[in-house]
Write a protein that binds this ligand. Structure first.
Ligand code: AMP
Ligand code: GLY
Length: 429
């Protein structure tokens, strides 16, 4: 057993995969996960800390001799948990509040990109007292689709792609009427629609040096063929063949480096995982969004491909020694399929008994998300329930391996997309 006691914050599939990867490190001492899930409980110890209460987190860290806090989700980062703990001398992996604004405020991100000439969609921002002007701008536009975005965090529900003037007006009115959206969108960003294929790049940075970990493609919509409502993500695969070596060189030169340097110049160096959502347009790669964390479910596909010791990388990041490290990724394709409760992302039932968890083959991985343990059984307790990750030396083999195992898992009303990864097959990989 190593000497580094870690507190990992979060309880989704992403955090299970982080816990699984940390557990392979010789440097790991005791691992606590808050709130965790039945998957993380087997690896470390689940603890229930009210992570919205920073003082309680600090107290736990002190009482349990925690050497490092890893923050999985965006909310505690945007709320400033990293700042609070670092002020008290606790090493944290995750950006400080000012840097997390890259995800926490769309307006901040857009202004930042404009200032540092990072390619992204043209935009205008309107504050709530300028909503009449925003409406007039939308009504007078002739170019659709147009994209409307709430400024703040809106749990994936703050972005509307409007195909017509009528839809844009209707959606815009929701910004002024819907309570949650209004809270998130004291301001609204009106953005040009970018045509192209989406992909995500994951970067680790110590504020000064930045290294690309890997890239992936997510499947955000609930329905086959990318139809229906947006979700947290129904599946992912890596690597993303659309990101050829040539495109990645442009991403690094035109997007990653200027972002890291820009954040230094803004005096909020970016430390942690930076997730860059890209649109690969005819003009080249452009930023759709920044996130200040790993993607879920992209993380579940990426971490099994990473050959480096994750804890060692994180420690080097915190000691500003990332430049010493070379990121090593294996040659495999990986596919992650999310099994959800029927009805997600709207209404769904919980408490369904899950069968088949022990039937999957030894090469496939299960990462828990919305599950609980009850009377010795694992039951569903959320919308996205489980993540199954398979692999292969071609994308097709990775997809086949994943679905062979997905089919072994059963619970009432289980739902999954059967086309995860298919959009990558056109590249013949
Ligand atoms: P965001 O929360 O900004 O990532 O937006 C959610 C999703 O909306 C993205 O993953 C894209 O699929 C889509 N999207 C956002 N902005 C644009 C844009 N300017 N052009 C095209 N699609 C967009
Ligand atoms: N999979 C999308 C996200 O984590 O935001």
């Amino acid at each position: 057993m190593g000497s580094h006691n870690v507190l990992l914050i979060g309880g989704g599939g992403r955090e299970h995969s982080i816990a699984w990867k940390l557990n392979q490190s010789d440097l790991l001492g005791k691992l606590y996960v808050s709130p965790g899930n039945p998957g993380t409980d087997i690896i470390g110890e689940n603890v229930q800390i009210d992570t919205g209460n920073f003082e309680k987190v600090f107290r736990f860290v002190n009482e349990h001799q925690i050497d490092l806090v890893i923050i999985g989700p965006e909310k505690p980062l945007v709320d400033g948990l990293a700042d609070y703990l670092e002020d008290k001398g606790i090493p944290v992996f995750g950006p400080e509040k000012a840097a997390a604004q890259l995800e926490g405020s769309k307006e901040f991100a857009k202004e930042f990109m404009k200032k540092y000439e990072i390619p992204t969609a043209e935009y205008r921002t309107y504050s709530s007292d300028q909503f009449d002007d925003a409406l007039a701008y939308i009504v007078n536009r002739n170019k659709f689709p147009v994209v409307l975005k709430a400024d703040g965090l809106a749990a994936g529900k703050g972005v509307f792609i409007c195909d017509s003037k009528e839809e844009a007006v209707k959606r815009f009115q929701q910004f002024s009427e819907d309570d949650t959206l209004r809270k998130a969108s004291g301001k609204v960003v009106v953005e040009e629609f970018m045509e192209g294929e989406e992909a995500s790049v994951f970067v680790i940075s110590d504020g000064f040096s930045a290294k690309t970990l890997h890239h992936a493609q997510d499947h955000k919509r609930i329905g086959e063929g990318d139809t229906g409502l947006n979700t947290g993500g129904m599946g992912a695969y890596c690597p993303a063949p659309v990101l050829t070596k040539k495109i990645m060189e442009r991403v690094e030169a035109e997007i990653i480096q200027p972002t890291i340097t820009g954040m230094q110049l803004e005096e909020c160096p970016y430390k942690g995982i930076l997730y860059i959502g890209l649109m690969i347009t005819d003009e080249g790669p452009k930023v759709v969004e920044y996130n200040c964390r790993f993607g879920d479910p992209e993380c579940q596909a990426i971490l099994p491909s990473l050959k480096n010791d994750l804890l060692d990388l994180i420690i080097c990041t915190n000691e500003q020694r990332l430049d010493e490290k070379e990121i090593q990724i294996d040659d495999e394709y990986r596919c992650c399929v999310v099994i959800a409760s029927g009805g997600y992302p709207v209404n769904y039932e919980k408490g369904k008994v899950i069968k088949g968890l022990h039937d999957i083959d030894s090469e496939a991985l299960i990462f828990h998300a919305g599950t609980s343990r009850q009377n010795g059984e694992i039951i569903t307790s959320g919308g996205r329930v489980l993540n199954i990750v398979g692999h292969g030396n071609t994308l097709q083999k990775a997809i086949d391996h994943t679905y062979e195992n997905v089919k072994l898992i059963h619970f009432e009303d289980a739902y999954y997309r059967s086309d995860i990864g298919h959009k990558g097959l056109k590249y013949n990989r």
